[in-house]
Design a protein around this ligand. Structure first.
Ligand code: AMP
Length: 281
């Protein structure tokens, strides 16, 4: 397995693969890998002859008071996991490879895709994401790239700029991998104490229940959302940033269900912020 720290090394190897007509799939991550990340790798291996995983904890997608400093970092363990998963290359760019002296460009997706949900609570976050992902696309030129539906808003933002800027990487969304209780796997779950974990594990159930109600009874989605927020607070969540039904393609809030609706939620347990979402089916 190749390990590259700068784009020149990575490009050299990738050019050789391309010369032999090998399709390249990229899985961008921030490390602290878990089975959810590995499910993207497995999906990638089915779709391309060569799979590259990038690991970069991108400072520009964290707000000033967010968890950049304490975000889990475990490079040696991540490399071992990726080796075992049969990855061809790991790109672990140093900070200068991504943000060279004088870097002054950002990629900003505007409108409903970034105004609501996490965009409203994490100013600058999606610009940070769109900038780093477009840089990775341009540095490595993959044929396809895989992203988790766990970060559904992020997935839609990436689809948008990739299409708007004619980057034309094939974007593949992969369903969320969950533990046996339905909790979405996340690097941030590592922050949770045993008691907090017990609370976190009820998040998905409350979202699923809201969806069942929305399908079963023609009542207002806003009312169901409000009651679900109350349920989250009652079981021990300390703050709910949002919980709302939206149209999957543009993330506009819905008053009644449409063909392709999705429920998105973000809530805090003390210092840990969790997000999750489900399609309404
Ligand atoms: P992160 O390292 O958190 O930036 O995540 C890297 C990629 O893995 C993103 O595309 C995430 O959506 C995806 N991912 C994270 N958790 C999961 C999960 N539980 N199931 C599927 N994909 C995931």
């Amino acid at each position: 397995m190749n390990i590259w720290r700068n784009k020149q090394e990575a490009r050299l190897a990738i050019q050789e693969w391309k010369a032999t007509n090998h399709k390249l799939a990229l899985v961008p991550t921030m490390g602290a890998l878990h089975e959810g990340h590995l499910s993207l790798v497995h999906a990638a291996r089915k779709k391309a002859e060569r799979v590259v995983v990038s690991i970069f904890v991108n400072p520009r997608q964290f707000g000033k008071n967010e968890d950049f400093g304490r975000y889990p970092r475990q490079e040696a363990k991540d490399i071992a996991l990726l080796q075992e998963a049969g990855v061809d290359g790991v790109f672990i760019p140093d900070i200068d490879t991504i943000y060279q002296q004088g870097h002054a460009t950002g990629v900003q997706v505007q409108g409903s895709l970034t105004e609501g949900f996490c965009g409203a609570f994490r100013p600058g976050h999606f610009e940070g994401v769109a900038t780093i992902v477009s840089k990775l696309f341009l540095q490595l030129r993959p044929d396809l790239a895989l992203f988790g539906e766990k970060d559904f808003q992020q997935l839609q933002v990436i689809r948008r700029f990739n299409s708007d800027l004619d980057i034309d990487v094939e974007i593949v969304g992969v369903p969320t991998l969950r533990d046996s209780t339905g909790l979405a796997l996340s690097s941030r779950n590592a922050y949770l104490t045993t008691d907090e974990l017990a609370i976190a594990r009820q998040f998905n159930g409350i979202l699923r229940q809201a969806i069942e109600q929305a399908i079963a009874t023609p009542q207002s989605l806003a009312k169901i959302s409000r009651e679900s927020v109350e349920n989250l607070l009652r079981i021990g969540f300390t703050k709910v940033d949002y919980l709302a039904f939206c149209a999957a393609e543009n993330l506009q809030i819905l008053e009644s269900l449409s063909d392709n609706s999705r429920l998105l939620g973000a809530a805090w347990i003390n210092k840990t912020r969790l997000i999750d979402n489900f399609p309404v089916v």
